[in-house]
Design a protein around this ligand. Structure first.
Ligand SMILES: C[S@@+](CC[C@H](N)C(=O)[O-])C[C@H]1O[C@@H](n2cnc3c(N)ncnc32)[C@H](O)[C@@H]1O
Length: 394
């Protein structure tokens, strides 16, 4: 898809064919800066984002810098929902799998999910419905499907809808039940980040199939990540609402980090950015080595029940990095009951490189079975593990 966006950028900046990509990307960088500021330091306080996707230069800049990141983050979340959280979207065998991408832009999240569906359910066709207020953005999704996506994946087709998520009345969309509804970095634009997101999410229930899932991806900013956790807590804590929590928490507890208000839950995942993105970043100096984002998944059926694996002392989901100090490895995690535990693992007997290797293996968001003896330390919630971390048998 990189080639597609380079072509779009060439058209938007009227750069003649044959001009080296580097010259083009030097121009595109100003568009990336504008978008990056809009998403962070210059976020509109009233939540009213301008329709930046309808500006061809900003659309292409988005395509080269943010599209690959959205694609990778959505791939990660949908894959994890299937593999770790045991979500199964299959209902009847007759219909194609349907993905509704709300605030889709050019639908990086939709394409990412479709690629995973193709891999997991090769016998099924997939229909992506890309919904956005920007006609230019959903048109780009169609072009991607024609130019690149369909070649690789004839099982996928793209339909488009132009509309305003703020006025979305699900019944009026007249869509068949959707197996996956995605909101990739669009919730915070459609519902100002200081408002409760739960009523908006609840309104999507009539669109979702009985085995379906809603996956919401949001910026890892405190404001947006905490708001998503509050919505997730509302889902988990209110029996009788249309959804159950599916991921990423391991149980139906409220978020302990939210109660404390110091740190906030988000994933930090290493990835390999495309070359054009790396080039754009040369003078932007953003940290693009990791993808940081908050996510949540909800469905109409209860999620997987997580237990401490047999023989382990605890099961934790890492909500901090795994840090190596001179004497130990330490991290904080949350167990299926919602208890936050800070754990130190003495590294006596391990070489520096062994410690470094272990620290690099574990990422924020991973699930770890604590194999060994877990003993309380002086401070409440602090423990020492004489043993090691293992990926739990799922
Ligand atoms: C940050 S972009 C995310 C695009 C894409 N989902 C992704 O993951 O990269 C937010 C998208 O939401 C769309 N959007 C914002 N407010 C909207 C609204 N009220 N109705 C429909 N789309 C909206 C924007 O046009 C934009 O395409």
């Amino acid at each position: 898809m990189e080639k597609f966006w380079l072509k779009k950028a060439r058209e938007a900046w009227s750069v003649p064919a044959g001009t080296p990509d580097g010259v083009l990307l030097e121009k595109v960088r100003s568009g990336v800066e504008t978008l990056s500021d809009l998403f962070t330091t210059e976020r509109p306080g009233n939540g009213k984002f301008r329709d930046y996707m309808s500006d061809p230069k900003l659309l292409a800049a988005y395509g080269l810098f943010f599209f690959p990141q959205s694609f990778a983050r959505a791939s990660f979340s949908v894959r994890r929902l299937l593999d770790v959280y045991a979500w199964n979207p299959l209902g009847s065998d007759e219909t194609p799998l349907r993905i509704l991408d709300l605030g889709s832009g050019a639908s990086p999240c939709g394409f990412a999910a479709a690629e995973i569906f193709r891999e997991k359910f090769p016998e099924r066709k997939t229909v992506i419905t890309a919904f956005d207020r920007s006609r230019a953005a959903v048109q780009a999704a169609r072009e991607i499907a024609q130019n690149t996506g369909s070649e690789k994946n004839p099982q996928v087709s793209v339909e488009t809808l132009v509309g305003d998520l703020k006025k979305l009345v699900p019944a009026k969309l007249g869509l068949p039940p959707q197996d996956l509804i995605l909101l990739g970095w669009s919730l915070n634009e459609a519902v100002p980040a200081n408002e409760d997101a739960f009523p908006f999410l609840k309104n999507l229930a009539p669109l979702l199939s009985k085995n379906g899932a809603i996956v919401v991806l949001e910026p890892a900013l405190k404001l947006t990540a905490e708001r998503l956790r509050r919505a997730s807590d509302s889902v988990a804590q209110n029996p009788g609402n249309p959804f159950f929590r599916l991921a990423p928490e391991l149980g139906n507890h409220t978020c302990p980090l939210l109660r404390e208000g110091i740190f906030w839950e988000h994933e930090v995942r290493k990835w390999t950015p495309p070359e054009s993105l790396e080039f754009l970043n040369r003078t932007l100096f953003r940290d693009i080595s990791c993808l940081k984002f908050a996510w949540s998944a909800f469905g109409k059926k209860p999620g997987k029940h997580f237990d401490v694996p047999a023989g382990a002392a605890e099961l934790l989901r890492l909500v901090s990095p795994l840090e190596a100090t001179k004497t130990c490895l330490r991290f904080t995690g949350i167990n299926p009951a919602g208890e936050k535990k800070s754990v130190e693992i003495p590294t006596r007997g391990l070489s520096k490189s062994e410690v470094k290797k272990i620290a690099a293996e574990w990422e924020r968001g991973d699930l770890a079975a604590l194999a060994g003896t877990l003993s309380p330390l002086g401070n409440a919630g602090h423990f020492r593990l004489d043993g090691k971390l293992l990926p739990p048998e799922l």
